[in-house]
Design a protein around this ligand. Structure first.
Ligand code: AMP
Length: 224
């Protein structure tokens, strides 16, 4: 069972995906998190990816597809999985279609999160993350208890290099040009494309996402 999370940078895919995964006991594979981890560990993948990431560009498809193939292979057969940040291009979506049957899975739904650009820019500018727990905060909407400090680990929070205003603009353009066409791609896919208004408070977005997803999964189970 695979559910793809789609939407522009800053829309809250990470936050919502983490909560959905926790609620359902599913895995969440977030390509951005995996790439940042590879960079911290100084692996060959991390070194190849860093220049693209810091400029707000996409990392080449072949690197991403190889990384995801390995991750999907290592999941247990029963695990449900949310894909967060993958696929991001048509070539990646097609590669995903080719690799899933091999691991006995298929895309059961696509959750599309939407919000206006000015909301995305504000969210991204306030975003801070904990380098060791990976937890993401927002100084405007979801601050930690002590300013600048992770609630879970007590480490100072950091502002992602690619969350700086110069790069955010570019990431939004890249989303529109390379990732948004996947909306039309998945609209024609057998799995339902479910749209969630992400310009709402975090808890409300979560409730709506969970409701539409549960309904769609129940329907697709009923149809089998
Ligand atoms: P994210 O944390 O999802 O915003 O991703 C951060 C950065 O990682 C992106 O701006 C890209 O440079 C890179 N990245 C993440 N996922 C992908 C992907 N599926 N394809 C290409 N690049 C990606």
């Amino acid at each position: 069972m695979v559910v793809v999370l789609l939407g522009p940078p800053g829309v809250g895919k990470g936050t919502q995906g983490a909560r959905l995964a926790e609620g359902l006991g599913w895995e969440r594979l977030a390509t951005g998190d995996l790439l940042r981890q590879a960079r911290r560990e100084g692996t060959a993948l991390g070194r190849e990816a860093e220049g693209f990431m810091d400029k707000g560009e996409l990392v080449p498809d072949d690197l991403i597809v190889r990384m995801m193939e390995e991750r999907l292979d290592s999941l247990g057969p029963e695990d449900g999985v949310f894909l967060d940040g993958f696929p991001r291009t048509r070539a990646q979506a097609e590669a995903l279609e080719r690799m899933l049957p091999r691991v006995g899975r298929k895309v059961r739904a696509v959750l599309l999160f939407e919000a206006p650009d000015e909301v995305l820019v504000k969210r991204i500018s306030g975003r801070r993350h904990s380098p060791d727990s990976g937890r993401v905060y927002n100084v405007h909407f979801d601050p930690p208890q002590r300013e600048g400090i992770c609630d879970e680990t007590g480490t100072p929070l950091v502002h992602r290099e690619d969350d700086r205003p110069e790069t955010v603009e570019r990431r939004l353009v890249v989303y529109r040009e390379q990732t948004a066409p996947l909306i039309a791609y998945y609209a024609e896919h057998e799995a339902p494309l479910l749209t969630v208004d992400a310009d709402r408070p975090i808890d409300e977005v979560q409730e709506n996402a969970r409701r539409v997803l549960t309904e769609a999964l129940e329907q697709s189970e009923g149809a089998q």
